[in-house]
Design a protein around this ligand. Structure first.
Ligand code: ADP
Ligand code: ASP
Ligand code: MG
Length: 413
């Protein structure tokens, strides 16, 4: 793949004017705007203004957009009103349309501000994925068309959350996947960094909607952010953090309107925190626990259904696995396949999980004992616990997840 150079013409379209000198050495910035930032035409115009300001500061800008407001939820509900087990391919065809609306509208808003802008779907952007519908992984990006348009000094708008499989099918990247589109594009385009805009001005020590006294974090390391994202902190998508770490892309998590603070997600986190303190607490309100005596066979079914496990314990034939329903729109079908393998399989979905992340947290038995004691004292019912050196995860009834999050945050952060 050759990058267009200033002054040359496109060999496939030689009648077009040569690439302008102006575009060639400006740094590339990838900005991603989430659903709440483009929820209505007014906010969309404000985003266009922000993009315009970035262009005027001398950058080449690629903008990744999510679907407007709650569009994706509404499209999934629409599918479910037709069938409880929508085929994943057709669901991807449906829900990928949400981002297509935002991308076209933002390009229109930018042209209104006298910018030359063009929008692309995931497949037009060269985002190649595996063939797992509703939760595909990006394998490679060939951003030829994006580079071409940047070289023409255009602003490029990309529909987040989607790609094209090697079978040339439209795929979606899993809930929150526009973050992944943005970071993976930043890596492919060798952007200076990636700015992720949402309704919160960065990463806090807990979800500020649940813990109002949560502290703003100026920096978080990739490793800690990965654990938080994997355990329910939806401020950044887990696959996006994985891409950032692999490519060394610094993520600047910012708020679209009304704050200039940000969190840097990067390799060197802040100086090691005091042992026994958590950087942050994440929560998943609902998880699904599977218990079976036919572990290996059940694992095979879960694998065939493309289920990603959060936790797994296998002892002889006995399996205890935890998953979330986020990217399993047709879980009823998987459930039937699981029961066909083991009619005695136990499946419960009335629990959630609270996870504290920080250096050495999971290696300290005294700290865990104190935590469990305090939770019980508060009348809460901690169940299963798993740890890694960087993390403690505690299962509780779904109704107790929020009070437990506040309590764990109060004790450890
Ligand atoms: P977007 O739609 O822009 O992608 P999301 O809704 O996916 O935004 O993510 C932002 C939300 O993440 C916030 O509104 C906040 O409630 C939630 N959140 C969860 N954990 C955290 C955290 N540790 N720090 C900040 N926000 C968090
Ligand atoms: N619109 C998709 C979702 O709601 C992707 C995203 O917002 O990142 O999950
Ligand atoms: Mg998100």
């Amino acid at each position: 793949m050759t990058k267009p150079t200033a002054g040359s013409t496109d060999p496939l379209s030689p009648w077009l004017p040569p690439y302008p000198e102006s575009a060639s050495d400006k740094p590339i910035i990838v900005q991603k705007y989430g659903g709440s930032s483009v929820a209505d035409p007014e906010r969309l115009k404000q985003v266009a203004q922000r993009v315009s300001d970035t262009v005027k500061q001398g950058h080449r800008v690629v903008v990744v957009v999510s679907a407007m407001g709650k569009t994706t939820d509404q499209l999934i509900a629409l599918a479910k009103s037709v069938t409880q087990t929508p085929p994943r391919r057709e669901l991807d065809m449906l829900i990928s349309s949400g981002e297509r609306i935002s991308m076209a509208l933002l390009a229109m808003a930018l042209s209104e501000l006298q910018h030359d802008a063009i929008s692309f779907t995931g497949s037009q952007s060269g985002i190649l994925t595996n063939d797992r519908h509703s939760g595909a992984r990006i394998i490679e990006i060939r951003p030829v068309r994006i580079q071409d348009e940047l070289a023409r000094d255009r602003v490029v708008i990309v529909a987040g959350f989607q790609g094209m499989s090697y079978k040339r099918e439209v795929t979606t990247l899993g809930r929150g996947g526009s973050d992944t589109t943005a970071v993976a594009l930043a890596a492919a385009l060798q952007a200076s960094h990636c700015e992720i805009y949402s309704d919160v001005d960065g990463v806090y020590s807990a979800d500020p909607r649940v813990v109002p006294e949560a502290k703003h974090l100026a920096e978080v390391s990739y490793r800690e952010m990965q654990e938080l994202a994997d355990h329910g902190a939806k401020v950044l998508n887990a696959q996006a953090v994985e891409w950032a770490q692999r490519a060394g892309i610094v993520i600047q998590a910012r708020k679209t309107h009304g704050s200039t603070r940000q969190t840097l997600v990067q390799a060197d986190g802040p100086p090691e925190r005091e042992r026994g303190r958590a950087t942050a607490v994440a929560a998943a309100a609902q998880v699904v626990d599977v218990a079976t005596r036919r572990g290996p066979e059940v694992l095979r079914v879960l694998g065939e259904a493309g289920v990603q496990l959060r936790h797994l314990g296998l002892h002889d034939q006995q399996l205890a696995a935890t998953l979330t329903l986020d990217d399993l729109p047709d879980f009823a079908r998987t459930q039937a396949a699981l029961r066909a393998v083991d009619p005695a399989l136990e499946l419960r979905d009335d629990q959630g999980m609270v996870t504290a992340v920080g250096p050495g947290l999971g290696s300290d038995p005294q700290l865990l004992a104190r935590l469990l004691h305090e939770l019980a004292q508060a009348g809460l019912h901690p169940g299963r616990v798993t740890t890694s050196p960087l993390r403690i995860s505690i299962w509780l009834p779904t109704t107790e997840v929020q009070p437990a999050t506040r309590l764990v945050h109060g004790l450890l952060c």
